[in-house]
Design a protein around this ligand. Structure first.
Ligand code: MN
Length: 728
């Protein structure tokens, strides 16, 4: 078992100013808490945190990271909570341990293979400190190294997850060496047969390969020497097993045909010109293969990998690859982000404007200005998917959203029908308002009601264009449907006056009427009706066009004479719906309900001819009516146009709610979604800090009322709804 003092010594060498005693304290704490626990290998559990800490120390990470390695499983696997960690080890380590515990939770939910990309991004987006990822990768590396002790099924699952999630993260962070080891270990457990086969073939060729590499590196050394190009060392490398396997698969070739199975690597001092000089040396000595030169120095890869690659034809006619890079490029290719800690130290010391800073500056392509480690971490984090948020469905599927997205956006990402019928949402098991912004890692559950509809209000807070388009589309459709309905009613009323049968006029095969619509520029009769509904066209004019001038004049005159007899009521609609009011015997008078009593459908009413404002309709019980009786000649008989049993009654409801914003909007939204009229709504806060919302609704019967009450109750935040007695 590795000793803690060996680890302390490694950290001391790289970070002499760090608090080394922290490591010892973390060690004793971890030893005490994991006491009695055993790994699948039969070893004491403590071996695992110690090995993880050792990997981190070898990455030259600081005392905080290495201590986190010692403590990383304590919260997850023992009874210790984060508060205890905070007491003993402070905020920084607590945050790191917390991050690790969260990652462990995420890995437990997500198993679907095709969402690996999203899980990776979410992990990175969630993490506030890149050291969390480094500790996690070290943890995973040690677990992969000891995977053989687990049962086959678990082995497979962990290996697959390593391949899907952790190796790509290591790649993204430029950590080539770690990625390589993770991939080869995972490969070994996922495709054991292929792994053995390739390993055996490689082993058979080993003497040959080694001899060849030795010869090549020796000859390169000679040539470099002859041409006086400085170099640090020449290495040989054999391609990793997993890379070989991928190549064999994708190109359907045999091992002999893998041209870069072995490669020589020239490591130069830290000046780019030596790389190009070395390339010149190689191309002078051997014939380059056309099209195989790759300059990753001039254009580094996304993860900052820099190198020159070329393939040349060797002495026996077989191609082989040469990679050329400076020492720092090499270090970054192998260690990626972790290389930062080394250069951070270099910067602190005497080597102020030396090459180390240049490398830092190339790291800075991600990070802009690097002032200290924290800035580095912060800016690194900003670079990793700052615009996205990743959330889960209850089934564990990852949904990618822009920052600021709400449950409505989430619902539309799942399916437009889910969005269209969304009535509420739970985040991490708790009911939330629909405008709540989703955070990374949230589990979002959408509640739907088949009869529910989108609300125009949503447009005020949704974040995705997908949701926006769907809601807009729905609102437009809705408006159009309503306009057609209104237009149809207005038209029918007018048509009846001209002794037309509206149903016959409006049938689809009435070509004449369709012509009229076309004359107005509308393709379909519905479009014409919508235009009437919007108030763009007057029904009378449409009828005139339909009948032609002569017939129209004739019917119009007859209509006038009929009216003059006073035998038939003239109706004027103050608005569409069932509470239209009819004034008997009087044509063309404005009718409006008096504000003082606002008579309800079904109530006994009386009309009073005002000066210039048409007929005011009062409730017979209105206290102002007495005064009006002074001028009896101005009183007219009026009556409700709708059938009495369809009359709407105003009912006052009181909703008790949580005290928060948006409640009125939520409640009135729910009511209008039930296609129910609202007379009045007002909110106040009760002394017990509950919201009180009084709303007066128009209902037709008790059944209707119950539906409305239920829909209000389903609004998130509503605690209770009761009916208030007395006049509304
Ligand atoms: Mn662990």
């Amino acid at each position: 078992m590795i000793r803690i003092e060996d680890i302390v010594e490694k950290v001391r060498r790289n970070h002499p100013e760090d608090e080394l005693d922290l490591l010892r304290r973390a060690y004793f704490f971890s030893a005490r808490e994991h006491k009695g626990q055993v790994r699948a290998s039969g070893e004491p559990y403590l071996v695992h945190p110690l090995e993880v800490a050792n990997i981190l120390a070898d990455m030259r990470l600081d005392a905080i990271s290495v201590s986190t390695g010692l403590l990383h499983d304590v919260v997850e696997d023992t009874l210790v909570d984060l508060e205890t960690i905070r007491q003993y080890f402070g905020d920084e380590i607590t945050q790191l341990v917390d991050g690790l515990t969260k990652i462990a939770q995420i890995s437990n939910i997500s198993q679907e293979e095709q969402q690996a990309e999203n899980v990776r991004k979410m992990l990175l987006a969630m993490i506030k400190d890149v050291r969390v990822v480094l500790v996690k990768l070290a943890d995973r590396l040690h677990n992969m190294r000891t995977l053989q002790f687990l049962k086959p099924e678990k082995r497979r699952r962990i290996a697959q997850e390593t391949m899907d999630i952790y190796a790509p993260i290591a790649h993204r962070l430029g950590m080539g060496k770690l990625r390589g080891e993770l991939e080869d270990l995972a490969f070994q457990h996922l495709h054991t047969e292929d792994y053995r086969e390739i390993a055996a073939q490689l082993e058979k060729r080993r003497p040959e390969n080694e001899a060849f590499l030795k010869e090549m590196t020796g000859r390169i050394e000679e040539k470099m020497h002859d041409e006086e190009v400085p170099y640090v060392r020449i290495e040989g490398r054999v391609k990793r097993l997993y890379s070989i396997w991928k190549k064999l698969r994708s190109q359907a070739i045999s091992l002999d045909q893998v041209y870069d199975l072995v490669a020589a690597r020239i490591i130069t001092p830290n000046e780019v010109r030596y790389c190009y000089a070395a390339l010149g040396v190689v191309h002078n000595a051997w014939k380059p293969v056309p099209g195989r030169i790759k300059d990753w120095i001039a254009t580094p890869r996304d993860n900052l990998y820099q190198s020159l690659h070329t393939s040349v034809i060797g002495s026996k006619g077989q191609p082989f690859e040469v990679q050329i890079r400076t020492e720092e490029m090499h270090q970054i290719a192998e260690e990626g982000v972790a290389a930062h800690w080394k250069y951070k130290e270099g910067k602190r010391g005497a080597r102020d404007d030396d090459d180390a800073l240049k490398v830092l500056r190339s790291l800075v392509e991600w990070t802009q200005e690097v002032k200290d480690s924290k800035d580095f971490l912060d800016s690194l984090k900003l670079d990793l998917y700052p615009k996205d948020v990743y959330a889960f469905t209850p089934m564990g599927k990852v949904i990618q959203l822009p920052r600021g997205a709400t449950p409505i956006d989430f619902a539309y990402m799942i399916h437009s029908e889910v969005g269209n019928t969304c009535t509420g949402a739970r985040i991490n098991g708790r009911m939330v308002p629909l405008r709540t912004q989703i955070q990374n890692g949230d589990v979002v559950e959408i509640l739907t009601t088949p009869s529910a509809h989108p609300s125009r209000d949503w447009l005020n807070f949704i974040a995705t264009s997908r949701a926006r388009n769907r809601v807009r589309h729905w609102v437009a459709e809705q408006q159009r449907t309503e306009s057609i309905e209104i237009g149809r009613k207005l038209f029918e009323k007018e048509a009846t006056r001209f002794q037309l049968t509206p149903k016959k006029v409006l049938t689809d095969d009435n070509a004449e009427f369709k012509h009229v619509a076309n004359d107005y520029g509308y393709g379909r009769v519905d479009d014409l009706l919508a235009a009437i509904g919007y108030g763009k066209l007057i029904p009378r004019n449409v009828i005139a066009k339909y009948l032609g001038p002569e017939k129209f004049a004739e019917l119009d005159a007859r209509k006038e004479s009929r009216l003059r007899t006073g035998m038939q009521a003239v109706r004027r609609l103050i608005r569409m719906g069932d509470d239209a009011i009819v004034v008997r015997g009087v044509d063309d008078l404005l009718v409006q309900r008096a504000r003082c009593c606002n008579p309800l459908h079904g109530e006994e009413i009386i009309g009073y001819i005002t000066r210039g404002k048409g007929v005011a309709v009062h409730s017979k019980s209105c206290k102002n009516v007495q005064a009006l009786m002074v001028n009896p000649e101005r009183i007219v008989e009026v009556e409700w146009a709708g059938k009495p049993e369809k009359a709407a009654y105003a009912v006052k409801l009181l909703a008790t709610t949580e005290n928060r914003t948006g409640m009125i909007a939520g409640i009135t939204g729910a009511i209008s979604d039930m296609k129910t009229g609202i007379r009045d709504a007002r909110a106040s806060v009760a002394p017990n800090d509950r919201g009180r919302i009084e709303v007066t609704v128009e209902v037709f019967d008790v059944k209707h009322l119950d539906k409305v009450i239920n829909s209000i109750k389903s609004v998130p935040g509503v605690l209770d709804v009761e009916r208030l007695q007395g006049a509304a």
